[in-house]
Every structure is written in C-alpha cells, then in structure tokens.
Design a protein around this ligand. Structure first.
Ligand SMILES: [Zn+2]
Length: 185
C-alpha cells in the first residue's frame, strides 16, 4: 500500500510538472482565433492592409512610388503559381503550394516600384530618388519598421518583393485554422 501511494504521488508530481511547462508554453503563444472549417479569407488582414497603406505613404514622402503587385492569393492561384517553372520552362517563383504561403491567409503582399517613366520595375538597385540608396531596400527598411518580415532576408530562398506579417503564427498553425485576431474598434 505504501509503495502504491508512493507510485501515485510520483506520477502526480510528473503530471503537475508537465502541466506547468505546458502552461508556460501557452503564455508564449500569441492570441489567436480559430477559423471555422472551410471559412474563406476574402481580404488582407486589416492590420496588414493598414501597414501597406502607411508603407505607400512613407515611401511617397521620400519620392518612391510603391506598387503592390500581389496580396491575398486563393489556393487555386497559389497552385497556378507553384506550377510555373515546373510545368513550363519559365522561372520557378515559389516553393509554396496552396495553403503554404502567408499570401493564402491575407498576411502577405508583394511590392514593386514604379520608376519615373511610369514603368513597374523589379530592379533592386534602382535609385530613382537619387539619394545614393537603392529604393527597393529603402522600402524594405520602412516595411520592417512597420512590423513586416521582408522576403529579402530569407536565407533559403530570398524573395525580394515579398512582405509578410505572421503574428507569431507558423504556416502549420495557419493550416490548422489558427488565425491572428482582428481588433474591433
Ligand atoms: Zn510574396
């Protein structure tokens, strides 16, 4: 009987211990919402939308015209993009399949720059405002200031036009229907 009690007590301590660390881990997780099964995303997340507008304004203040070339992408659009370079001989532009990109959750945009001739360009060295710095990198710096992660900083597959806000959620969490909360105001 005494041995049994001892055994139970040890397990109780272990379970409490695990529970404590699980609770600590939960504290480190961001607030999130859980989407309904099959719930569609139809817009950029409002915080992303607001940050994009601020980015365009701030770039405009230093004479850079930012053009948003891509935002929310449906699963079909993502698959079409994934096929590019795999099913034809164009360049591969993404390693993400449907559901594997922050674009699919309204949490990413791609930008380009409109030069002084009105052309949309992807030249990361263009210095249209003539301040000795590449406009592309200046935009990336402003974006990072606003809380975006910039694709140019990705080690494995740098993606210079890409900006995303993850809200601390991984793709696998998003695939399991976790969503950043939307602040009501
Ligand atoms: Zn992108």
């Amino acid at each position: 009987m005494k041995a049994f009690k001892h055994f139970t007590l040890s397990w109780l301590v272990i379970i409490l211990f695990i529970g404590f660390f699980f609770w600590l881990y939960q504290l480190t997780k961001p607030d999130y919402d859980k989407a309904e099964e099959g719930e569609e995303i139809t817009n950029l997340h409002p915080e992303v939308q607001e940050a994009v507008e601020t980015l365009i304004d701030r770039a405009d203040d230093i004479d850079i015209e930012v053009v948003i070339t891509d935002g929310l992408r449906t699963d079909e659009e993502q698959e079409a993009l994934y096929a590019r370079g795999r099913e034809d001989d164009r360049d591969i532009v993404t390693h993400a399949r449907a559901g594997e990109s922050y674009h699919n959750y309204g949490l990413a945009v791609d930008y380009a720059i409109r030069d002084h001739d009105g052309e949309i360009i992807w030249d990361i060295h263009y210095d249209g405002n003539d301040n000795g710095e590449s406009d592309w990198f200046e935009v990336a710096d402003i974006a990072k200031d606003l809380g975006f992660e910039w694709g140019g900083d990705f080690n494995r597959f740098p993606d210079y036009p890409h900006l995303q806000m993850t809200f601390g959620l991984s793709i696998s969490e998003l695939e399991r229907s976790y969503r950043p909360p939307v602040e009501e105001d």
